[in-house]
Design a protein around this ligand. Structure first.
Ligand SMILES: *Cc1c(COP(=O)(O)O)cnc(C)c1O
Length: 350
């Protein structure tokens, strides 16, 4: 590890950050004595109850190790192998899960939809549903959205309502990849129910890792019938944690005093600060509206090389290209300002 790796926080991904104090404390608290395994423990029960409270509904909750598993298994539960899943062409389930949704659903095909700023154009749902209705085409069964999107934008309540209505009209189930659901909720400043079951979401993959846990995502079924035998699906996929209390307890830390929203809002605020500062630097072009915790820009190749050589890490291949600057839950104003100063310097030299 060189000194740059420890000297400042990075903007590469929100999973570069560590565990937030609330989640760590909850984990330590759960590390006492013996308790039942495989989810039959008080921490798992309580964490699921907190999630039901937050969503103000009686949903089914499961904890799995990561987001790829959460998405893949949830999607598999929503359809048969001869169905298709409609998602945006930059969706994580399409571009970053190595075919896991298809694998765990035994071959259900993802069909890609266009739309500006990482959001599905609802008319594309009509188009694909009507394109083919014969037996030779994989039957559309699920529409999947990402909230916040892979491009750092957020579907508004109305935009989600429209997607939900189209889904309902065509008998499609509605899946939400909420790896950054905390940022989306904080950004919109609405009750979680307003952007989930109330707009028709059947299953939400509720992200923990990017919000401050070490590992563990929650799969939340608002449509409880679809959760039938989901525990078996998790077990078969190697996603049933034997010491489940350690996947569940950190959620208590995140949820009990509102830390999840505090960190979601903090990450969003840092992205706004970064956006505002970069807007003052000639030559920096923004690719998408900044509505959550990431900022996408184009920079000259030479500036990217300079920044990388100085030990600033960020990706240039995500979404539709460009540089993605991702603000983690723990990024501070000083971190943002130091990064901006480095970018300003690098741009002067090109
Ligand atoms: C990070 C992320 C996930 C989860 O990824 P894992 O590495 O499998 O935990 C899912 N969806 C989106 C949009 C993500 O950014």
């Amino acid at each position: 590890m060189n000194s740059n790796e420890t000297s400042h926080r990075q903007f590469a991904s929100d999973n570069y950050a560590g565990v937030c104090p609330e989640a760590m404390a909850a984990m330590a608290k759960a590390n006492q004595g013996h308790c039942r395994s495989y989810g039959d423990d008080p921490y798992t029960d309580k964490a699921a109850d907190r999630i039901r409270e937050i969503f103000e509904t009686d949903c089914e909750v499961f904890f799995v190790f990561n987001g790829t598993a959460a998405n893949s298994l949830a999607l598999a539960a929503l359809c048969q192998s001869y169905h298709s899943i409609l998602c945006h062409d930059t969706a994580h389930v399409e571009t970053d899960e190595c075919g896991a949704p298809e694998f765990f659903s035994n071959g259900t095909k993802l069909l890609l939809l266009p739309g500006a700023n990482g959001k599905i154009n609802p008319d594309a749902i009509d188009e694909i549903v009507h394109r083919r209705t014969d037996i030779h085409f994989p039957k559309p069964r699920v529409v999947s959205v990402t909230q916040a999107t892979e491009l750092g934008t957020v579907y508004s309540v109305d935009e989600l309502r429209v997607v939900g209505e189209r889904a309902k009209k065509y008998g499609l189930r509605f899946h939400m990849d909420g790896a950054r659901f905390a940022c989306a909720t904080a950004s919109l400043n609405v009750a979680p129910k307003e952007i989930s079951w109330k707009v028709g979401v059947d299953a939400l993959c509720f992200g923990g890792a990017k919000n401050g846990t070490a590992i563990g995502e929650a799969v939340v079924f608002f449509n409880r019938e679809l959760a039938r035998e989901f525990d078996y699906r998790c077990k078969q996929a190697g996603q049933l944690a034997s010491k489940m209390r350690f996947l569940a307890a950190p959620w208590l830390g995140l949820l009990e005093q509102g830390a999840w929203l505090k960190y979601g809002a903090q990450a969003n605020r840092m992205a706004q600060r970064l956006h505002a500062a970069l807007a003052q630097i000639p030559g920096v072009k923004f690719l998408f509206p900044v509505q959550a915790n990431s900022v996408f820009v184009t920079l000259p190749e030479k500036a990217i090389e300079t920044l990388h050589a100085q030990g600033w890490w960020f990706y240039t291949f995500i979404g539709q290209g460009g540089c993605r600057f991702m603000c983690s839950w723990d990024v501070t104003e000083a971190d943002v300002d130091a990064f901006v100063a480095a970018i300003r310097q690098a741009m002067k030299a090109v």
